[in-house]
Design a protein around this ligand. Structure first.
Ligand code: C2E
Ligand code: MG
Ligand code: MG
Ligand code: MG
Length: 278
C-alpha cells in the first residue's frame, strides 16, 4: 500500500509498506513452487446448526505451510496468485484435494456438506463445471453434498461464462452460496441471475452485534430477504453468545465462527465429526 504522496507527485513507502512489499514479493516467488512441493493444505471450519447442536457442513479454507514463515493465510497470498496467473492451477489442485478429503471423512459421516470458495478469476475463465464434475465422479461424491461460495466480485471479465458455469453446476445438483452477503454493490441483483441456495451474512454485520437489547436492522433485513426468498442462511464470524442469542431470536440458526470451531486440518476435522457434538 502506498502511504502518502510527495508534493512533486512521487509516491514513497513508509517502513511497514516496504516490509509488506518485500514479504509479498518473496512469498510470490515461493508460491510458484508451493504446488509442486505440496505446501498447500485445506483446512475445514465446521458449520453448526444451533437449534439441534449438530454439525451440518464445513467450509474449506486454503492455507500455505510456508517452509520458513509457517502458516500463511489466503488474504496474504491469494492476491499474488491472481497477479501471476496461478489461480487456475491452485483452484484445480484445491478441487482434487477437497474431494479426496471428503471421501475420507464420508466414512465417519456422509451427510455433512462441503462448502468451497471459488476465485472470481477461475469462475470467469476456468472450467469449473468440468473440473468439479470429474472430481466428484472420481471420488464418488454426490453433487448435493457440495456447495460453491461466490462473492459479488465475479463477472468482471466474462460474466456470461461465469453465469453459465454456475447454472450448469446448479442443474447437476451442486448448491450455490453468496459469500460476504451485503457488502458488495450487487448482492440483490445476483439473486435472480442464477439459482442461489444460500446466503452467508458477512462477518462485519455479525461483529456489530454486541449488546443484548440493541437492534441490528441490517441483520434483520438480510434474514428477512432469505426468508422471503426461501433461501438457507448462515451467519459467519460468530464469536460471542450475544450474537448467538440475537441471531437465534430472529430465526438464523446455522452459524460458523470461532465460538464453535476454528478452521482445522483434515485429521482434526475427522476427529471432531467422530465426536459429532458441537
Ligand atoms: P471467507 O470465505 O469469507 O472465509 C471466512 C473467513 O473468516 C476465513 O478466513 C475464516 O478463517 C474466518 N473466520 C471464521 N470464523 C471466524 C470468527 O469467528 N472470527 C473471525 N475474525 N474470523 C473468522 P481465511 O481462512 O483467512 O479466509 C479468508 C478469505 O480467503 C475467505 O473468506 C475466502 O474469500 C478466501 N479463501 C479461503 N480459502 C480459499 C480457497 O480455497 N479458494 C479461494 N479462491 N479463496 C479462498
Ligand atoms: Mg482465519
Ligand atoms: Mg467463504
Ligand atoms: Mg465470508
Amino acid at each position: 500500500q502506498v502511504k502518502g504522496e510527495g508534493k512533486n507527485g512521487f509516491a514513497f513507502f513508509d517502513q511497514s509498506s516496504r516490509e509488506l512489499l518485500d514479504r509479498r514479493t518473496s512469498l510470490g516467488h515461493g508460491l510458484r513452487h508451493a504446488l509442486s512441493r505440496n505446501e498447500l493444505e485445506m483446512y475445514y471450519q465446521p458449520q453448526v446448526d444451533t437449534s439441534t447442536h449438530r454439525l451440518v457442513g464445513a467450509e474449506a479454507l486454503i492455507r500455505w505451510n510456508h517452509p520458513t514463515r509457517g502458516l500463511v493465510l489466503p488474504r496474504e497470498f491469494m492476491p499474488y496468485a491472481e497477479e501471476h496467473e496461478l489461480i487456475p492451477a491452485i483452484s484445480e489442485w484445491m478441487i482434487d484435494a477437497l474431494c479426496c478429503d471428503m471421501q475420507r471423512w464420508s466414512r465417519a459421516d456422509n451427510t455433512l456438506k462441503l462448502s468451497l470458495n471459488l476465485s472470481p478469476h477461475y469462475l470467469d475463465r476456468g472450467k469449473i463445471y468440468d473440473k468439479l464434475r470429474s472430481a466428484m465422479l472420481h471420488h464418488d461424491i454426490s453433487p448435493n453434498r457440495i456447495e460453491v461460495e461466490i462473492t459479488e466480485n465475479i463477472s468482471k471479465s466474462n460474466p456470461q461464462h461465469a453465469i453459465d458455469q454456475l447454472k450448469r453446476l446448479g442443474q447437476l445438483g451442486v448448491s450455490i452460496a453468496i459469500d460476504d452477503f451485503g457488502i458488495g454493490y450487487s448482492s440483490l441483483a445476483y439473486l435472480h441471475r442464477f439459482p442461489v441456495d444460500t446466503i452467508k451474512i458477512d462477518q462485519s454485520f455479525i461483529k456489530a452485534i454486541v449488546e443484548d437489547d440493541a437492534q441490528y436492522p441490517v441483520v434483520l433485513a438480510i434474514i428477512s430477504i432469505a426468508r422471503g426468498l426461501g433461501l438457507h442462511l448462515i451467519a459467519e464470524g460468530v464469536e460471542s453468545e450475544v450474537q448467538v442469542r440475537y441471531l437465534r431470536a430472529h430465526g438464523c440458526t446455522v452459524m460458523q465462527g470461532h465460538l464453535f470451531h476454528r478452521p482445522m486440518p483434515i485429521d482434526e476435522f475427522i476427529a471432531t465429526i467422530g465426536g459429532k457434538a458441537t
